[in-house]
Design a protein around this ligand. Structure first.
Ligand SMILES: Nc1ncnc2c1ncn2[C@@H]1O[C@H](COP(=O)(O)OP(=O)(O)OP(=O)(O)O)[C@@H](O)[C@H]1O
Ligand SMILES: [Mg+2]
Length: 204
């Protein structure tokens, strides 16, 4: 079976994931390297419906309900989108994946981290990215970059975002082979160059 390459992009809201993932897509397209861009939540049809609830539901959402909505999205997205694309030999670029759930629902919301890792393994049948790029950003800087109306998670306070940042950095420390950290406190172009350097190691 052909095997593609699975690359995920992680970090707090406003750290530059979407900006960088789109630049990487352009870079791969220019070099005629087959790739697909997807995201969580909302990278598949069912996930699109779940994303609407997750980001815009007005009434209180219990922490555990929030966790299982993300996991439901991931189960569907992994089985019907990511795995088939990897089997076709594609490079799959995914905006958020397992580490978001550990950082947000675990570190930032204070739920059991080991259990979330286990649940991630269950819903993905242990599919791990080949490479994960975490954009590390100061919580105040991230807030200042977010324009327009904020979604349900972006509205969380500074303590939430500090715990989130710590979570991502600890995840990187315990998964040094897979997770690479790039500082967001640089120009879009410089960050893009660092991403390209990392990704080159996987596509050559
Ligand atoms: N290195 C940078 N320097 C200055 N501004 C940046 C940089 N990278 C991204 N931005 C700007 O910051 C804002 C947030 O970036 P972007 O949407 O890529 O973040 P994100 O991580 O995808 O956020 P979200 O998690 O909310 O989707 C955008 O307006 C973008 O143009
Ligand atoms: Mg984004």
């Amino acid at each position: 079976m052909k095997k593609g390459i699975f690359i995920t992009f992680e970090g707090a809201d406003g750290c530059g994931k979407t900006t960088q993932i789109e630049l990487i897509k352009k870079y791969l397209d220019l070099n005629n390297i087959d790739n697909v861009l997807t995201r969580e939540p909302g990278g598949c049809d069912l996930g699109f419906e779940l994303r609407k609830i997750l980001l815009h539901y007005e009434k209180p959402v219990s922490n555990i309900a929030e966790l299982f909505l993300y996991l439901a999205d991931r189960a569907q997205h992994t089985e019907f989108t990511i795995k088939p694309l990897l089997a076709e030999g594609k490079i799959v670029l995914c905006d958020r994946y397992i580490d978001s759930t550990v950082a947000y629902q675990g570190y930032a919301r204070g739920q059991d981290i080991e259990k979330i890792i286990e649940l991630n393994n269950l819903v993905t049948k242990n599919l791990k990215p080949d490479l994960t790029i975490v954009f590390d950003i100061d919580s105040n800087l991230a807030q200042s970059r977010l324009k327009g109306e904020k979604d349900r998670l972006e509205k969380e306070g500074l303590e939430f975002h500090k715990a989130l940042r710590k979570g991502y950095l600890e995840l990187a420390k315990s998964n040094p082979e897979r997770i690479k950290v790039i500082s967001s406190d640089d120009t879009i172009e410089n960050i893009h160059k660092q991403c390209v350097e990392l990704i080159k190691g996987y596509i050559n």
